[in-house]
Design a protein around this ligand. Structure first.
Ligand code: NAD
Length: 478
């Protein structure tokens, strides 16, 4: 029986590489029935800021499997990235990005590179919650949840176990973002204890990315937050040979989306030179996911043979190692001509024992005792010096007391910090005078008092203790 899948041709090089990919799938005998939807640039330009129509959403929900070519997100103008919307709306929490070197046929300095990046797909700075708060300052919220971390970390360990990978590495920046990235790292450590046969390590993202670019053979499975995962998968794909080669699976509890890791490459669109391998590798992952492992293996082996035979698109073509430089269509024809053949240099692929799609359940988070102990009040204020502002706020009668003012996170009151650069954005921390819990009314009273005194309040953030432990970071230099 044919499996219905939703297909989007995308923008830029999208239609060229999708047509090549579907031709190869058809020739290999994939049992799929594509339902095409129009998403991306054209839909954005028709005035839909989300880049997708209601009927396309219906198709995606109905078919549950989505093969998507890259799309262009117009910059500025309030357009939201459809890639991000599709991932979050369809609950596609795990972005799986295998990356491998194809040396000596594709030039790379890292012939042993063979790793999988498991990128968290729904949270972090990609929630797109941004604000302009003052003339000078803009804000982007980084949201990280315990269920989100648990799901992705557990997925990474389950993936390693199912695919016979021996090591899982966590990348985070918890030396700086102690609460958000700290949670991710802590949950990694907690869940790692359930997989004693798997080796683990952790790197701060900056040195981790450097090692990935320099010694990628150190890594097998990397699990990381959304933004870091986005950046390091392009690094890994590029050092393996080309961003044009990597495929990607976005997996959720009900739906899954398969794509190339690269974008719509407008610089080469319409020229017929794009490498369709990234999307093809995504489509191979799709076939395995829907239980058509035999067809997937046939295509994968034909593709490896094509690469071995030196038939290369411009992005990987090198005069001394390639045999023939081809465009997108001829590359697809070369793969089709090799269907049924096995690679000779690379180990032939079999998906006969491919694991079932991995399911991870999210656990319930146990509620803790939550006590309100203060509030951070953000002010838009053009004062050139925080001292008069701090003195004035300190003198306000309330059951909360001003404990510090920060400017872009650095404590500037109390104290004397003439060297610090001040913007017009001040965070004023008020804590309970008694050190105990306060009522919300205390915060509301303080806010109305400040408002009456003419302060421009742009935002507040409640300060809570959870089971007695501070749920807020200290100021830089506090
Ligand atoms: P890009 O990945 O499109 O291109 C980066 C470079 O790699 C370009 O020089 C391009 O020519 C080359 N390249 C990419 N894919 C190739 C292929 N298959 N064959 C040969 N060369 C290839 O990144 P970009 O230029 O930063 O982004 C262009 C657009 O794509 C933007 O609008 C961006 O928002 C969008 N984008 C979409 C996705 C997606 O749909 N999943 C992902 C990333 C970027």
């Amino acid at each position: 029986m044919r499996t219905k899948i939703t297909v989007a041709n995308g923008d830029g090089i999208g239609p060229e590489i999708m047509s090549a990919t579907l031709r190869i799938l058809e020739a290999a005998g994939a049992q799929i029935e594509p339902e095409f939807i129009e998403i991306g640039e054209k839909v954005y330009k028709n005035g839909l800021a989300a880049g997708i129509t209601d009927s396309s959403w219906e198709a995606l929900r109905r078919n549950k499997i989505f093969l998507k070519a890259p799309i262009t997100t117009p910059q500025g103008g309030g357009y939201k990235s459809l890639n991000v919307t599709a991932r979050t709306t369809l609950g596609l929490f795990a972005n799986v990005r295998p990356c491998q070197a194809y040396s000596p046929f594709v030039q790379t300095n890292h012939p042993l590179l063979n790793l999988v990046i498991i990128r968290e797909n729904e949270e972090d700075l990609y929630t797109g919650i941004e604000y302009r708060q003052t003339d000078e300052v803009y804000e982007c919220l980084k949201l990280v949840s315990r269920p989100g971390c648990e799901k992705i970390v557990r997925y990474a360990f389950e993936y390693a176990r199912a695919n016979n990978r021996k090591k899982v590495t966590c990348f985070s920046k918890d030396n700086i973002m102690k609460m958000t990235d700290g949670l991710f790292h802590r949950i990694f450590n907690e869940i790692a204890t359930e997989y004693p046969e798997i080796e683990t390590d952790h790197w701060i993202i900056d040195i981790g990315a450097a090692l990935l670019a320099d010694q990628p053979q150190r890594f097998e499975v990397i699990v990381t937050l959304n933004l870091y995962g986005d950046i390091i998968s392009d690094i890994a794909a590029q050092v393996a040979g080309s961003v044009g080669m990597g495929g990607s699976a976005n997996i959720g509890e009900q739906c899954a989306m398969f794509e190339a890791i690269h974008g719509s490459a407008p610089d080469i669109a319409g020229k017929g030179v794009a490498n369709p391998s990234g999307l093809l590798n995504g489509a191979i992952m799709m076939l395995v996911h829907i239980g058509q492992g035999e067809v997937a293996a046939r295509i994968h082996n034909a593709w490896l043979k094509t690469i071995e035979d030196g038939i290369h698109t411009g992005d990987i073509y090198k005069r001394d190692i390639s045999k023939q430089r081809v465009g997108t269509t001829d590359f697809a024809d070369a793969v089709i001509a090799r269907i049924g053949q096995l690679p000779e240099h690379f180990r032939p692929i079999s998906y006969a024992s491919a694991p079932r799609p991995i399911q991870v359940a999210s656990s319930k988070v146990k509620p803790q005792n939550k006590e309100l102990v203060g509030v951070d009040i953000y002010l838009d204020n053009r004062t050139p010096n925080p001292k008069p502002l701090g003195d004035a706020l300190s003198s306000i009668a309330s059951d909360l007391k001003l404990t510090m003012i920060t400017n872009r996170g650095t404590v500037v009151y109390p104290g004397n910090t003439p060297e610090t650069f001040y913007t017009d954005h001040w965070r004023c921390r008020f804590l309970s005078k008694t050190g105990g819990a306060i009522a919300k009314a205390s915060v509301i009273n303080l806010l109305s008092r400040l408002d009456k005194d003419g302060y421009d309040i742009i935002k507040t953030e409640n300060l809570y203790l959870f089971d007695g432990k501070a749920g807020f970071s200290v100021g830089q230099g506090e």
